[in-house]
Design a protein around this ligand. Structure first.
Ligand code: C5J
Length: 240
């Protein structure tokens, strides 16, 4: 693929020009506690199927992204075991029976190193893929994501993950303010609450794309496939 290749992707409010050499895939918080039956999300009464429908499109997208030899970055929301990076305000407002740091069905809730904090096996990062551990909702707050993207010459992000109205929207807004162009893939982002899914996606593309573009994974995958002939060899998928 020539370094200046451009792939036009159907999107709203208008097509997105994807530049593979300066675009990263950013997969937000596809963590066991949010997505798996028996995890913290379900224990709070949420319908995890609303998030689980994003697993298969994300899996296909990640496989195509890796096969094209492009940079994929994963994030996880969570805190240090001693909770020193958990603002009291976040702790107080997270209370609903159990809260961050309490023992939940998959270990201490949203604590780094606990089983529920880790990424689901279907999307497990490869050894060389950066994993950003973030204490906030946005992936730029209190992390080295911006420096990492600058190091790789990245100016565009394809954004997927959960949840649409919380960590995905917060990250896209942070990215927008830092000058990144974001393409959010509607079938690869999910909310427990259907009305929030709809509103969360609508807000991104409103007013001429006030925070970015909205597209779908099939279009990105087929565009990447046109570049496969000259791409580096596909990498093996990782496993936890
Ligand atoms: C939430 C997230 N919803 N990853 N986290 O608390 O969106």
């Amino acid at each position: 693929m020539p370094p200046d290749a451009r792939l036009p992707i159907p999107a709203q409010p208008y097509p997105f020009d994807l530049h593979p050499s300066r675009c990263a895939l950013l997969i937000i918080d596809m963590q066991r506690d949010f997505l798996e039956p028996g995890g913290f999300g379900e224990a709070l009464g949420n319908d995890v199927s609303q998030l689980r429908r994003t697993i298969e499109p994300n899996r296909r997208l990640l496989a195509a992204w890796r096969a094209a030899g492009r940079l994929a970055i994963h994030t996880r929301e969570g805190h240090r075991p001693d909770l020193s990076d958990l603002p009291p305000a976040k702790w107080r407002r997270a209370r609903s029976g159990s809260t961050i740091g309490d023992v939940g069905p998959m270990g201490r809730i949203l604590i780094r190193g606990e089983p529920g904090h880790d990424i689901i096996p279907e999307l497990y990062p490869l050894a060389h893929e950066p994993v950003i551990d973030k204490p906030g909702k946005g992936a730029f707050f209190a992390t080295d994501l911006n420096a990492l993207l600058a190091d790789h010459g990245i100016s565009q992000l394809v954004v997927t993950g959960v949840t649409t109205e919380v960590c995905v929207n917060t990250t896209v807004r942070e990215a927008n303010d830092r000058g990144y162009d974001c393409l959010v893939l509607e079938d690869c982002v999910g909310s427990y609450i259907p009305a929030f899914q709809e509103a969360g996606v609508a807000m991104i593309k409103a007013q001429g794309g006030i925070f970015g573009w909205v597209g779908n994974s099939a279009d990105v995958i087929s565009a990447l496939e046109t570049t496969r002939a000259s791409a580096p060899q596909a990498l093996e998928e990782g496993a936890p």
